[in-house]
Design a protein around this ligand. Structure first.
Ligand SMILES: [Zn+2]
Length: 55
């Protein structure tokens, strides 16, 4: 799993691939040319805290 932090709104977005266009789900900024990082466990904690936060 790959992660990019939006350069405009600082919201992290996740994808399984670095290919093709990568658009920020929050502000629609084009993140395609930003370097991606390996999300690894970050995804886990992000998803969990997001889940808990909505409960
Ligand atoms: Zn954004």
């Amino acid at each position: 799993m790959l992660k990019k932090i939006c350069s405009q709104c600082s919201i992290p977005s996740f994808s399984s691939t670095d290919e093709g266009p990568w658009i920020c789900p929050n502000c629609q900024a084009d993140l395609t040319n930003l370097p991606s990082e390996d999300a690894g466990r970050d995804v886990d904690s992000f998803v969990r805290s997001d889940f808990i936060g909505k409960k």
